[in-house]
Write a protein that binds this ligand. Structure first.
Ligand code: ADE
Length: 324
């Protein structure tokens, strides 16, 4: 009578629990384009007999062998990471025929578009407000502003929501780092907005295929997210949790500026030179010293001098306390 341990042998022909029946999947319009494929809206018929909304990632037509290999790798990484509230959850996958990666649907889309839309609404509200002030009796403007308050301003995040988004990303990254998963493309375009208060990290399965002492050396080509990359990733192709921290600093800058593109007015090929001569992006307008100080710590030359995601989360906790 053996207690304590049990050896479970899984037969080779056991169906993969993540494998989905394509007959239960309805595929609809395109939600977005990635480097290798598209993400479509869809519905999945659950065991309870009701349809749940999903997002389906597929490769573009006629993918290369390398793209197919990377996509299967992405699926395997997603399967291997246990669920977390700040990570987009895997719902299932289709491995045969046209491969598909099915994840939970985040109704507000990606954080970059969400922030840019908020920026447009805020700018419009300010313009209308100014026209009311300058014309005095602008009935039309008043009505427009009233309509805007009702409809458009609904999804505009407040400063404390923005800090909370950053804090949630730091929590998700703390979790990924604890699993030794390096994201490599941390940016607001890869964060999804679940509802107006919750954000989740997406595309974390795209990372790494070669590990060496927690360091990932990118082997293949492909387009690189230069504006989000740490200097050591640009010059020596070194990717670590510390280079993810650098990208987090850039992501924080994107959040504070409501979706601006980093290093505005600077050409991509000038960025590395600018950084190696000690320059960094300046403090955005309306950004507190405390928040800017987190950014600049993330952008330290020496990777080990950058804060950990735990430390970043703690700093953001303190900032949130002062906001409530
Ligand atoms: N765009 C890309 N992935 C998405 C998702 N999971 N939900 C909503 N929009 C998306």
């Amino acid at each position: 009578n053996v207690t304590g341990t049990s050896i479970i042998s899984i037969p080779h022909n056991t169906p993969d629990a993540w494998e989905m029946n394509t007959l239960k999947l309805k595929i609809e319009d395109i939600l977005g384009h990635g480097e290798f494929g598209v993400v479509r809206r869809g519905w999945y018929l659950t065991d309870k007999g009701c349809y749940t909304q999903v997002a389906i990632k597929m490769l573009k037509d006629s993918p290369t062998r390398e793209e197919q290999k990377q996509f299967h790798q992405e699926i395997e990484i997603m399967k291997s990471v246990p669920p977390h509230p700040q990570l987009v959850s895997l719902i299932g996958c289709v491995s045969r025929g046209q491969p598909m990666l099915v994840v939970e649907y985040c109704s507000k889309g990606d954080l970059q578009s969400y922030l840019r839309s908020a920026y447009r609404k805020v700018t419009k509200a300010i313009l209308i407000n100014n026209s009311i002030e300058s014309s005095g009796s602008a009935n039309y403007a008043l009505n427009t502003l009233y309509d805007m308050n009702k409809d458009d301003l609904e999804d505009v995040p407040e400063p404390k929501d923005l800090i909370s988004f950053a804090r949630q990303v730091a929590i998700g990254m703390e979790y990924l780092a604890s699993l030794k998963v390096i994201h490599r493309d941390l940016a607001t375009r890869n964060i999804l907005v679940f509802d107006n208060k919750t954000v989740k990290i997406s595309d974390f399965g795209l990372s790494r295929d070669v590990y060496y002492n927690d360091i990932y050396f990118k082997s293949g080509g492909g387009k690189l997210p230069i504006r989000w990359m740490a200097p050591e990733s640009m010059t020596r192709q070194i990717y670590t949790t510390q280079s993810d921290v650098w990208s987090f600093g850039i992501l924080l800058w994107e959040i504070v500026t409501l979706g601006s593109t980093p290093y505005p007015g600077i050409a991509t090929h000038d960025i590395l030179g600018l950084l190696t001569s000690g320059n960094r992006m300046s403090k955005p307008e309306d950004c507190s010293e405390a928040l800017y100080s987190i950014m600049t710590k993330c952008w330290k030359d020496e990777p080990s001098a950058r804060p950990s995601f735990l430390e970043i989360r703690q700093s953001l906790d303190e900032l949130l306390e002062t906001h409530s």
